[in-house]
Write a protein that binds this ligand. Structure first.
Ligand SMILES: [Zn+2]
Length: 338
């Protein structure tokens, strides 16, 4: 185990006695996992208009769910037998908005099935193993990010309230708490919520009625999964204090938006059917957030924060990694207007 980052983490206030410890399999109430097929066609909803500007999208790729290219991807999931037998007009179709440089899937799971996707249809054991078995450098990255987030907010950790939306198993929320913040999580999957609560992570059930509570909102690899961004984002932004920071990361879809899928393109993780339903270019993400009153922080502000983080941790390589992250355009800090 590399000893130096541990020493640095402890120097920065990390308490190793409360480190993330796997506690065995995750438990979920059985009733939460019962497959519900419902009316077959109603399992899908259609999104023809751009989620950012509202203009009609242009269809650039269309395959039935039964097409081998799509079916090959779906077989790796745990959809109930017959789930894709009668889908009506629903298929794997990508629409594009030239104006926003944004791609999205037209047919996505209806809200009541969207929840099942993350409780039943995906390989939860694999997902959990990936997080519990994460490398030491991955965990250090999460810790470094928590420090960086706190420096943006500029106060003592115990006075700062953090929210992680789409927290998954809660690893980052846990890390942020270990760094001293008052951090809570929000998550759709009952199994993940149960797992996080077993580890004493505070999970809130919704943001209704929430008003300017948080100094910082962490949205890591979430927005690409959200079917209705117009309903999802307003309460998240409202929960942020004026001048507060929202950090968003999404898979980098800039290249796929520039060179749209041709006839020989096959569905891949970047646009995973029914999962990565929004494929953002950097500009699209900035434009989406601007519509909700969030401005990206300047390169200068991000670089200054990276220097402060590197100083705090005594870990100067972090400085260069932060600047590289920023250039990749998939990890952006936004500030809510005052
Ligand atoms: Zn658009």
């Amino acid at each position: 185990m590399p000893a130096v980052p541990v020493a640095l983490a402890i120097r920065a206030g990390w308490d190793p006695s409360v480190a993330w410890v796997p506690l065995g399999p995750c438990y979920a109430p059985l009733e939460a996992c019962a497959p519900r097929l419902g009316n077959r066609v109603d399992r899908f909803v259609e999104r023809r208009d751009c989620l950012i500007c509202g203009r009609p999208g242009r269809s650039v790729y269309r395959r039935d769910f039964a097409h081998e290219d799509v079916a090959a991807f779906l077989r790796s999931r745990a959809y109930p037998e017959g789930f894709f037998d009668e889908t009506g007009e629903a298929c794997f179709e990508l629409l594009h908005c030239n104006s926003c440089v944004f791609l999205w899937q037209a047919h996505v799971l209806a809200p009541e099935f969207e929840k099942s996707l993350y409780d039943e249809y995906l390989d939860m054991d694999y997902s959990l193993e990936k997080k519990e078995g994460a490398s030491f450098s991955f965990r250090c990255e999460g810790f470094r990010h928590a420090i960086s987030a706190g420096l943006f907010c500029g106060d003592r950790p115990r006075d700062l309230r953090f929210l992680e939306v789409g927290m998954g198993w809660g690893l980052w929320t846990f890390t942020a708490r270990a760094a001293g913040y008052d951090a809570v999580g929000l998550e759709l999957s009952d199994r993940k919520v149960a797992y996080a609560r077993q580890r004493s992570i505070e999970v809130i059930s919704d943001l209704e009625g929430s008003d300017e509570r948080f100094h910082y909102v962490h949205a890591e690899e979430v927005l690409e999964h959200v079917s209705d961004l117009g309903s999802f984002l307003p309460p998240v932004v409202r929960s942020l204090r004026r001048g507060g920071i929202l950090f968003a990361t999404v898979p980098n879809g800039t290249r796929l938006n520039a060179k749209l899928p041709g006839s020989r393109w096959k569905p891949k993780k970047l646009a995973a059917p029914l999962e990565h339903i929004n494929v953002f270019s950097r500009d699209a993400l900035v434009r989406l957030m601007a519509g909700h009153g969030l401005e990206p922080l300047s390169t200068r502000a991000v670089a200054a924060n990276a220097v402060a983080t590197a100083r705090t941790l005594g870990w100067h390589r972090a400085l260069f990694r932060r600047i590289q992250d920023h250039r990749k355009g998939t990890k952006i800090f936004f500030r809510r207007a005052r």
